[in-house]
Design a protein around this ligand. Structure first.
Ligand code: VAH
Length: 311
């Protein structure tokens, strides 16, 4: 039985569906702090607040889970406005999940890290798997610290916990979730409804990105790989493409010629400028066969084709 914490979020809602396909709907319990929306409501769903330690541990004890996917977090931009909330949710909930996983002998745990673990002095082009990490956001600090906690629990408690440093994730099935890379999600909603978008980043702000379908595939491939193939127990670099706002706008204009983008950078520009431009994910490709399916052209076509039905 599989537990998903934070199933209602941008990644959670699509990863849950990937887990249904892989393990069967009846074997997945999706949870979040508020009622399920849309397709999530068609599966096993429960209200669960990971920060309520007693109830959480009781829930784990009585459900004999074999895997836990801990996705609940506050993202970078929101975290800068609520630093204490971000640290408490992102950090304390992870430690609690790791502890419960050891106590109740959970076979495998998944926890997402992020390119936000990197900072301004990290090499920006083809950022290496092992390199300087000086994150400048509370979210990034919680991801960098979380990676160290995961490695510690693997080495000192024998817990099979696995992690990916996601780039910006782009999915159209949920609204943007307070991330700095979420301009690349919002731009599609605005292109289809208003045919224009005011971007909060500069036109040439390159960031590593990945379509949600590839993020789900990577996560399931990582979790299904034999333990002996997993050589990174902090978190794996992973990416599919890098692009900037002017490039994704040009790609959208191929489908919606009258689409117009304007630029009005805000506090999120400094966050984006502290992150890598591109990622070296050769370790993931070598260790467990990572290979993305979607580039900017294919992703844009897929979203422009499928999003209208949801609007
Ligand atoms: C954010 N989407 O923008 C997340 C992600 C690399 C970015 O961590 O905060």
């Amino acid at each position: 039985r599989i537990l998903v914490i934070g199933a209602g979020g941008q990644l959670g809602s699509e990863l849950t569906q990937g887990l249904w396909n892989l393990h069967g709907k009846e074997n997945v319990i999706a949870t979040d702090i508020k009622e399920a929306q849309g397709i999530l409501a068609t599966g096993n769903f429960e209200i669960l607040d990971v920060l309520k330690e007693k109830e959480f541990n009781e829930f784990i004890r009585k459900n004999n889970f074999t895997q836990i996917y801990h996705l609940a977090a506050v993202l970078s931009a929101t975290g800068e406005k609520n630093p204490k909330l971000a640290w408490n949710l992102n950090m304390n909930s992870l430690i609690q999940v790791l502890d419960a996983a050891v106590e109740y002998k959970i076979e495998k745990v998944y926890w997402p890290s992020s390119i936000a673990s990197f900072g301004p002095t990290t090499p920006k082009i083809k950022t290496p798997q092992d390199t300087i990490m000086d994150p400048t956001t509370i979210y990034g600090i919680s991801k960098q610290a979380g990676e160290r906690w995961c490695e510690w629990y693997y080495k000192n408690r024998g817990l099979d916990v696995r992690s990916l440093r996601y780039p910006g994730l782009i999915g159209y099935k949920t609204k943007p979730g307070g991330g700095t890379t979420d301009y690349a999600v919002d731009i599609f909603f605005k292109a289809l409804t208003d045919k224009k978008y005011e971007c909060f980043l500069k036109p040439d702000t390159y960031l590593p990105m990945m379509y949600m379908d590839d993020a789900v595939k990577a996560t399931l491939d990582l979790m299904e790989a034999p333990a002996e193939k997993i050589n990174e127990r902090a978190s794996y670099n992973i990416s599919a493409m890098s692009f900037c706002p002017s490039e994704i706008a040009a790609e959208i204009k191929k489908h919606i010629p009258e689409f117009e983008i304007t630029y009005n950078p805000d506090f999120r520009q400094a966050i984006a400028d502290s992150w890598p431009r591109s990622i070296n994910d050769s370790a993931a490709r070598i260790d467990w066969g990572w290979e993305p399916d979607f580039d900017l052209t294919r992703m844009t076509k897929d979203i422009i084709t499928n999003l209208p039905a949801l609007l």
